[in-house]
Every structure is written in C-alpha cells, then in structure tokens.
Design a protein around this ligand. Structure first.
Ligand SMILES: Nc1nc2c(ncn2[C@@H]2O[C@H](COP(=O)(O)OP(=O)(O)O)[C@@H](O)[C@H]2O)c(=O)[nH]1
Ligand SMILES: [Mg+2]
Length: 303
C-alpha cells in the first residue's frame, strides 16, 4: 500500500515527533506546554515555521484552548496540513504538441540520477514514452549509472563521450525526443553549487539550447534536494532558485532522516512546491508529495 511506504519511510521522523508529543498535554502549565511543543517542532526540523506555530499556540493557550488531552496535537496536525496546498493534478503537466522537457538539477549526491530513474518509471506507468539525456558528462560513471537504470526501465537514453558539452547532449536529446515521438524528455545534469558561476551559466546554456529545439522548453526544472540535510536543503533551494527558474522540488532520502519536517517549510519559505518525495533507493520508493498524507504519516503513532 502506498500509504505504508510513506509511513515506513518517515519512521525516523515520526519516532522523534512522537517522543516529543508524549510531553504535550496532561497537567502542565502553559509554559511547559509551549516548551514541549517547541521540542516537537524542532524534532521535526520545520524551521522558521516553528516560530509562527508557537506564537499561535501561545495565543490559543491564553484563551483557554488545549485543555483536553490530544487537542493540541490535533491543532498541530490541522495547522501543518493547511499550510501546504495539495498536490497539483497532474503533478507534472504535459505538453500536447511537443515532448515535455524536464530538466533535473541539484548538488552532487542529492539523488538526481536515482530520482530520474524513479520519475521515468512513474511516467511510464502512466503510459508515457520517456527518453533520457545523460547530461552529466563530467564523470563516465554518471553516464554508466543512468544507462543501467534506463536498460532496466526499457527507456532510450541519449549520451555523448565523457567531457562533452552537456548542452550538446541536451540538443541531441531534444532531436531524438522529437524524431522518436517521445512524450517526455528528461535531462540529467552534473551536480553543482549555486556559487559555481560557470556551472550555473552552463545550466542556462542547456535551457537555451532546449528552447531553441522545443518551444518553451524546459517546461519543468526540478531541483533535487537531500532531505537528510534538513533546513540546509531549504536554504539550498532558496539560493538555487535565485539563479535558475525552478518549478518544483524532488525531496530525496526522506527514509534516511529524522528531519522530515523540513519538507513543510520548503513551500512556506520559498513558495516552491515539493512535487515528489524519495523514500528509498528502489524505483518504487517514490511518491507524489501529498501534504495531507504526509502529515498523517508524520504523526500517526501506530507503530
Ligand atoms: N535511502 C535513499 N537513498 C537515496 C534516495 N535517492 C537517492 N539515494 C542514494 O543517494 C546516492 C546518490 O544518488 P544519485 O542519484 O547518484 O545522486 P546525484 O549525484 O544527485 O545524481 C545513491 O547512493 C542513491 O542510491 C532515497 O530516496 N533514499
Ligand atoms: Mg547523477
């Protein structure tokens, strides 16, 4: 069941939250209750959102709310859920006249290539023909890794030799996507930091080349963020977004972290939707981010 994969992936974050939640409620002073709430919020690494929620909770406590056990937890769940809009439907809007081009960017090791493989499967499961361009030309191993995934998935891949200009791979990918009537072209890229001027300019060049081949491509630029870095990932999204127009985030490695609450602040802080989440290293460990299901899985104490 989909929900249980999410639950399993979030177990570390959930355990932390539930430990802190046990200190909520009971016969405590307002101050003690707020301290316990603060601990819950910091446990989940929700970031600056914590301040907002604590202020609101303080006001509500003064008005006499949260007298019954469990009331505060319920309020917290509802508040978190209301802060993030539901998933877009479809999560990735497809073009009707041309292949839809998705550019995937992020720092080294964030999970770009793995997430691309998962995304290929996700789209294939919906009947889309997907072609992949191996735009990480810096390391031979990167092309090899992507090609192994593509073989497994039965997806065509366009590549060039190591050291080739990634924009030329994108160019060839766009040509191939049109010639072979692919529905979607996904372009992998080498890891880069927002501070690396040349590499950021290279992304612009890739985009430019793509748009010359296919009108308004790339239609989506997805930033892959490693959830184990918590609030740093949020910071990274902010800085990357100042350099490249981003359309959404893939938050990988939620299974390996107790900082899963960071996902909630990405939208709040940057206005960038989290489109997909990664919950493991396998192809199926991937879901459309659904805030309601996420918050449920975050709190549900039935372990
Ligand atoms: N546990 C876990 N590992 C992941 C996930 N996504 C990627 N990884 C691992 O993270 C490492 C780096 O992934 P990779 O896709 O090569 O990152 P890239 O450098 O951004 O392309 C690999 O060992 C992946 O198996 C995830 O959702 N969960
Ligand atoms: Mg890679």
């Amino acid at each position: 069941m989909v929900f249980s994969r999410l639950r399993a992936g979030l177990s570390r974050t959930r355990n932390r939250i539930n430990n802190a939640l046990r200190r909520l409620g009971g016969d405590r002073s307002n101050e003690e209750t707020l301290e316990a709430l603060e601990e819950v919020l910091y446990s989940a690494d929700v970031g600056p959102l914590a301040g907002e929620l604590l202020d609101e909770a303080a006001t509500m406590l003064k008005k006499g709310h949260f007298a019954q056990a469990g009331e505060m937890e319920q309020w917290l769940r509802d508040s978190l859920r209301e802060m993030i809009p539901g998933p877009a439907n479809p999560p990735i809007a497809l073009q009707t006249e041309t292949p839809t081009v998705i550019l995937v960017v992020g720092v080294n090791g964030a999970g770009k290539t793995t997430s691309i493989a998962k995304l290929v499967k996700f789209l294939q499961d919906q009947g889309q023909k997907v072609l992949v361009a191996a735009g990480d030309t810096y390391r031979a191993a990167a092309v090899e890794q992507l090609s192994i995934w593509c073989d497994r998935l039965g997806a065509e891949m366009v590549k060039s030799q190591q050291g080739a200009d990634p924009a030329s791979v994108a160019h060839d990918g766009a040509d191939a996507a049109m010639a072979r009537k692919a529905d979607v072209l996904i372009v992998d890229t080498a890891g880069r930091l927002h501070t690396q001027k040349n590499l950021m300019a290279e992304l612009e060049k890739i985009s430019r080349v793509l748009s010359r081949k296919i009108p308004s491509a790339p239609h989506h630029t997805l930033l892959v963020l490693d959830a184990t870095t918590g609030q740093n990932a949020v910071q990274q999204a902010k800085l990357f977004g100042e350099r490249v127009p981003l359309s959404g985030v893939i938050l990988s490695k939620l299974d390996g972290t107790a900082k899963g609450g960071a996902v909630l602040s990405i939208f709040r802080e940057i206005g960038l939707p989290v489109t997909f989440i990664g919950l493991g290293e396998q192809l199926g460990d991937f879901e459309v981010f659904d805030p309601a299901a996420f918050v449920e899985a975050l709190f549900d104490p039935k372990d």
